[in-house]
Write a protein that binds this ligand. Structure first.
Ligand SMILES: [Zn+2]
Length: 140
């Protein structure tokens, strides 16, 4: 896209925003600043969660102990699981701002439930489990 075209498009967006939210008094500069700030915040957040090594090291230290303390049981489906099939789930997902290294935010669960839960919180997943049960969907 040509630079002129791009700027014209952005100016059009600014006009739209000002029409919708007259109190905001948005200019092209403030809009771009906002977008870039958001972009950097997200970048920082994703670096935090994907840096990984910190989490891998932490998990290595606590996984077995947590599995034993959970009496080899999946927090969500309550099945008995081998250590090999167990995972650690963040009840409040890290991708949604949950704490990565706080054991209060962690439970032991089976791989199936962890994948099925995805980015839901533990409470949201409770409802999905009800839906699963109603539809005959069971952990493998
Ligand atoms: Zn499970």
């Amino acid at each position: 896209m040509l630079e002129k075209e791009l700027i014209a498009k952005l100016e059009q967006r600014v006009e739209e925003i000002n029409r919708l939210f007259p109190n905001e008094k948005v200019t092209l500069e403030t809009l771009l600043n906002k977008i870039l700030t958001k972009y950097l915040e997200r970048k920082e957040e994703s670096n935090k969660t994907t840096s990984g090594t910190e989490w891998v090291n932490f998990r290595r230290k606590i996984a077995k102990k947590m599995w034993q303390e959970a009496k080899h049981q999946c927090f969500y489906c309550k099945r008995q699981i081998s250590f090999r099939l167990s995972t650690i789930d963040h009840k409040f997902p890290v991708g949604r701002g949950g704490e990565l290294l706080n054991t209060e935010n962690m439970v032991v669960c089976c791989k199936w439930c962890n994948k099925d839960k995805d980015i839901l919180t533990d409470k949201e997943y409770f409802y999905k489990q009800l839906h699963n049960t109603a539809n005959g969907i069971r952990p493998e």
